[in-house]
Design a protein around this ligand. Structure first.
Ligand code: ZN
Length: 138
């Protein structure tokens, strides 16, 4: 069995962002040489997510609005976590959007359903964060 590990770094200039990282993951699957297997992609920070959905800008605006409704950033004093920091909402958004995804690799390609794309979700940006990519198979 082959095993391949790589880390992607992100330094998002804004507080929040959804970034389509599918092309980078496809590159790594190719580099791994795995033809049949599994690809795990996970955010290594507790205020960022990796998730799968449609790359459609209206949907991204809807998601952002929905998340702000669930966990508004302001007022920061409304969160018990916000002692010396102001990112409680980002932890909650991360919990809702998830930590990781696993995608099957079939014949050397990510085996997606219709319109599926992999996203990095940033909820407390303006700092460096890592994403782990682990590919196993043969
Ligand atoms: Zn925090």
């Amino acid at each position: 069995m082959k095993s391949f590990t790589e880390y992607l770094w992100f330094h998002v200039k804004t507080k929040k962002a959804f970034i389509n990282i599918t092309p980078q993951i496809e590159e790594l699957v190719e580099k791994s040489g795995v033809s049949q297997g599994l690809c795990l992609v996970n955010a290594m920070h507790i205020t960022a997510s990796v998730f799968i959905n449609d790359d459609e800008s209206g949907l991204h605006k809807d998601m952002d609005k929905w998340l702000e409704g669930l966990a508004p950033h302001e007022p920061v004093s409304s969160y018990k976590h916000n002692v010396g920091e102001d990112n409680a909402d980002a932890h909650l958004k991360r919990s809702v959007m998830g930590r990781d995804v696993v995608v099957a690799i079939t014949e050397g390609k990510l085996d997606f359903g219709p319109w599926e794309q992999i996203f990095y979700g940033e909820f407390d940006g303006q700092r460096k964060k890592r994403v782990l990519v682990k590919i196993i198979g043969e």
